[in-house]
Write a protein that binds this ligand. Structure first.
Ligand SMILES: [Fe+2]
Ligand SMILES: [Fe+2]
Length: 288
């Protein structure tokens, strides 16, 4: 495996810094970006850039296959869904506690915004679950292997992935098996045949694949794939079915990015509704 020798593998003060940065890159249409995205003098931007440097350097095809072997056996822990959420919420957040919501609050706000728009209950449940894969952090995984925009591995990196210049450090960029347009894949082979950079999306998808309807699974699996759902950089790997399902991924994205409100949801009031929803679709306990 790749030798890791970077001094600080977790440059972000909290996982939210990545999501706050997404909001700067993709501001709500009616709002202007708070600052120019290419404003490199912002120290918070520097930590995000350092985060992507690590992510783009170390997310290789071999690294992804190794993580799939390590985590898709789901032999680390077994918890009820709500217990897994409480476990996720033990993630230490170093950022300002006055302005930042914890993980469970982000999930509830996302889900409540979906519910308020009258979408089906499995869509609401998807909003509630979509970041549960971040428990990977609690198994000691570095930030760059849990969050961040995802991208296909095993084929050429698109320059429409954020900070594409850092792919020059990735050994796959010099490996002729992996550095052509299609690499190890066939044209329009369908994303189900494509390995994505490892993180909380794929991990949650694999955990949920037997329980949730297909549009929900696409939303979970590709919600961080901004290079496709926002930039359409990898259509050459997608089939017709993927394109249809990506309408759901795009429908989900604004709820993830734009539902943050400083008013924290009252967990105790919402818990019974979500416990019922969990019981309707998911088994009593989940293997992590
Ligand atoms: Fe996420
Ligand atoms: Fe999220």
């Amino acid at each position: 495996m790749t030798a890791l020798n970077d001094a600080n593998p977790s440059p972000l003060a909290s996982l939210d810094q990545w999501e706050d940065d997404l909001l700067t890159r993709y501001p709500e249409p009616e709002h202007k970006a708070k600052e120019d995205y290419r404003n490199y003098d912002n120290p918070e931007r520097d930590t995000v850039r350092e985060f992507y440097r690590l992510n783009h350097t170390y997310q290789t095809y071999d690294f992804v296959l190794e993580k799939e072997r390590e985590f898709l056996s789901f032999d680390k822990k077994e918890l009820p869904v709500w217990g897994a959420m409480e476990f996720l919420n033990t993630l230490v957040d170093d950022s300002d506690p006055d302005t930042d919501l914890d993980q469970l609050q982000h999930l509830l706000q996302t889900a409540e915004a979906i519910r308020a728009d009258g979408h089906p209950d499995w869509f609401v449940l998807t909003g509630f679950l979509h970041d549960m894969g971040k428990v990977l952090c609690l198994f000691g995984e570095p930030q760059w292997a849990v969050v961040g925009d995802t991208f296909p591995v095993g084929c050429a990196h698109s320059d429409r992935v954020v900070y594409p210049e850092y792919f020059a450090n990735n050994p796959d960029s010099r490996d002729e098996r992996y550095n052509t347009k299609y690499g190890v894949y066939e044209p329009n082979c369908g994303l189900r045949n494509v390995h994505m950079s490892w993180g909380h999306d794929e991990y949650l998808y694999q955990m949920m694949k037997n329980y949730m309807p297909e549009p929900a699974l696409y939303m979970m699996r590709y919600h961080s794939f901004y290079a496709q759902h926002r930039e359409e950089a990898y259509s050459h790997l997608m089939d017709e079915h993927d394109h249809k399902m990506f309408e759901w991924v795009r429908k989900f994205n604004p709820y993830d990015l734009y539902s943050k409100s400083p008013k924290p949801p009252v967990v105790s009031e919402l818990k019974p509704y979500y416990e019922d929803l969990i019981a309707k679709y998911l088994p009593a306990t989940l293997k992590l």
